[in-house]
Design a protein around this ligand. Sequence first.
Ligand code: SF4
Length: 367
Amino acid sequence: MVYETNNETVDDALERVFAGERLDRTDGIALLAQPVEALAEAGAAVRDHFGDGTVDACSIVNAKAGNCAEDCGFCAQSVHFDTGIDTYGFLGPEKILEAAKRAERDGAQRFGIVVAEKGVSKANRPEEWAEVLEAIRLVREECELEVDASLGILTEEEAAILADEGINHYNHNIETSPQYFPEVVNTHSFEDRVRTLETAKEAGMDLCAGVILGMGETPTDRVDAAIALQDIGISSLPVNVLNPVAGTPMAEQGADITTEKIVKTVAVYKLLHPESRVRLTGGREVNLDPDEQHLPLEAGADGLLTGDYLTTEGQSPGDDIEIIERAGLEPNMDANEFDPEAVKARREGGETSAETTASTGTEPSDD
Ligand code: SF4
């Protein structure tokens, strides 16, 4: 036995993960029913065994906001819902570079350029496509950051171009299980999302794809989403928790999940995806109290989205460093050797997240 939590189901699963076995849906469902304490220990053991003991921070810029033709029921940027957010066209390469420099200073290792729509289309909007490429080149030239993109549905040609430009991760969340997806989105399908992820992967990009918890899904849906991601093959798994935005269909029901269930899901995701970064992203500040935010990190999470989200503000990057430290972990500095004390000092000087990134951001990095 490599590690013991004194829970037979959890210890059996741990032993198999450490032996290189991939856990399946039956394992995931059985694990999610186990006590949070054993799962958290197991998630942390897997993170420590397969990872480098660091927490990787990424940051995003909402490069084009609102007026999206899609109808994702959680999203403030859909034209179908009256959410009153600020809408704007593509920010332009210089403003994106400005946001990247702030993210770099605040400890981000990767920087995601996010555009709110079904897909940035090279054929239909060639000027916008050219600007996206220019922004990628500028950030890659001038910052010590991995550059990621979240531009919606991709053609093979577009994916090949992005891979050539050096995009590291392509983000396209699956949101939930295949069977629950139609309860959340009507204008495109789960399969559309999987196809884009496959296209991005075939072009050579790593994948960042995850979920939103608390949208009314069952525990089995949570497991099924993670199993679908196993089949796709991802290296970063963002775990958002619903931040109900007034005007969206999901706002009426509110986030339907407890802290304990968030922590258990994070731990089980780490067991199902031992070699991927399980990343805490949108909605964590809204759904977890300040003194609870380190708990998912103690249960195996090893990534954070820091700064603002797409249309809502996040907390100060200095607070995020403290959460990492409270969990007994260190920030990753592979791409950007920043000064954690300076980041914390800027927060103590009263600088807010809104002043440190150009994102106007809500919930999940998501297109
Ligand atoms: S999640 Fe993305 S595709 Fe869906 S409505 Fe929002 S911006 Fe559009």
